[in-house]
Design a protein around this ligand. Structure first.
Ligand code: FMN
Length: 416
């Protein structure tokens, strides 16, 4: 952590954070633009730390220097609130235990079991359920709300009744490094807000998407709270317009079942360029219907970005050849991941080349059925070897048909 990462969110609440960009998030997802790992200190007469000072190097002096900026001594920390036990928020606990052992952990009942499993912690755990409170003094009462499966089963959100700040951990989070001197939405330009919206969408599609139903329930549960500030575990803090990230998340939740935006994602792979010949015509057909098109070649394009684009798309095109009587293997991997993340009810179209008898369709049906994706496919275009001019024209026509179906579905959903 660098020296200047502490800032005051609002009187008595401080943000302590570190940016990380040299890992794959969860060991899978690329973060070339980094991710912020946030924790918060809340001060009344008593002091609570909410979530971990992840990336804390374990050197006590580093932590002491951070706390000094807030005029907090490590002995003052009475409560360690673990909203979510995933090690990106709790990995610092063992190091913290070495310099202080008599703090109280506050977490859900399920969180207590996870704390034991991951850190062998069994004592000084105060378990909370929805509606429970801890009074820190000075009019600062912390309330807790269970929001299971956003994104692990033990997750809770913490709410400071004095400043009306919600600490929802992974909910309302995003990828993207955050400037330590400007971590608040009221300090950012529209371009910077747009950057975090984009990174929030990718974060949602990669990390939260599979839990869209629990996320919807969490948003409903937290809805009655008077929320002035949202201080998530990743990303910027929303002080000026907390409704913005809530509304974005409501949209991302709804994209799981579709329709999403009037966008179509074209995912294609090709060994010898036969299927590839259909890519340009299908893109032209789609664009002629007025939809925005995202194109990903597999396996070259990373699944993280494919998921993001499929998530915001109402339609998907799959272009791939038959390979050993089945689908081109990188398409199997991509589709499996898309289905498991629950990008459901897409309008879809498939085209591709085969050498003698084909076979891709059988596996495609098997995957979409097994994962209950409920994709609505228009008639595929399959061709033997190289596509003829008529087949390329048919692909263009199907592209336009799919684009029109997408526009219609989006308009029907928005009532226009
Ligand atoms: C390793 C390999 C396996 C293949 N398996 C099949 C197959 O099971 N059935 C079939 O009809 N064609 C099969 N083919 C033929 C391809 O589908 C055909 O060459 C097609 O034109 C490739 O399209 P592409 O250039 O877009 O990759 C196979 C080709 C390769 C290289």
């Amino acid at each position: 952590m660098s020296e200047n990462t502490v800032t005051e969110v609002v009187q008595g609440v401080y943000r302590l954070s570190a940016n990380v960009d040299n890992i794959l998030f969860e060991g899978i997802w690329p973060i070339p633009k980094g991710v912020a790992m946030n924790s918060y200190i809340v001060k009344g007469d008593k002091v609570a730390i909410i979530d971990g000072v992840c990336e804390w190097d374990g050197v006590p002096e580093t932590l002491f220097a951070q706390l000094e900026q807030m005029q907090v001594k490590v002995e003052d920390i009475d409560y360690v609130i673990l909203n979510h036990l995933e090690p990106d928020h709790t990995g610092w606990l063992n190091a913290f235990k070495k310099i202080r052992s008599d703090f109280t952990i506050v977490t859900s009942k399920k969180g207590a079991a996870v704390a034991e499993a991951f850190y062998g912690i069994t004592e000084n755990i105060h378990t909370v359920s929805s509606g429970d409170e801890i009074d820190l003094g000075q009019g600062r009462v912390l309330q807790f709300y269970e929001i299971p499966n956003v994104h692990w089963p033990e997750t809770i959100a913490t709410y400071d009744t004095r400043s009306k700040t919600l600490f929802p951990c992974d909910a309302f989070g995003s990828f993207g490094s955050v400037s330590s001197s400007a971590p608040y939405d009221d300090q950012l330009t529209q371009d910077e807000i747009d950057f975090f919206e984009d990174e929030a969408l990718r974060y949602y599609a990669n990390i939260v998407g599979a839990f869209s139903l629990p996320t919807r329930k969490a948003i409903e549960k937290l809805g009655p709270l008077d929320i002035q500030i949202i201080a998530p575990g990743h990303g910027i803090v929303w002080r000026k317009d907390p409704a913005k990230i809530v509304n974005d998340y409501i949209r991302y939740v709804s994209y799981s079942k579709g329709p999403a935006k009037p966008h179509v994602t074209v995912i294609w792979g090709s060994m010898y360029g036969m299927t590839e010949q259909g890519v340009q015509p299908v893109v032209e057909g789609l664009e002629s219907a007025g939809v925005t098109v995202h194109v990903h070649r597999i396996p070259e394009s990373n699944i993280s970005y494919i998921l993001k684009d499929v998530w915001q798309s109402t339609g998907v095109v799959l272009g791939m050849p038959t390979y050993e009587y089945k689908m081109f293997p990188p398409m199997v991997a991509a589709l499996d991941e898309i289905g498991k993340k629950k990008a459901l009810n897409r309008k879809a179209f498939r085209f591709g080349s085969y050498g003698w008898s084909g076979g891709a369709q059988k596996e495609l049906d098997e995957i979409t059925e097994r994962l209950k994706m409920n994709w609505d496919f228009i008639e595929p275009v399959e061709f033997k070897g190289a596509p003829s001019a008529a087949e390329l024209e048919l692909i263009r026509t199907r592209g336009r048909e799919l684009g029109e179906a997408v526009v219609q579905a989006v308009n029907a959903a928005s009532g226009s």
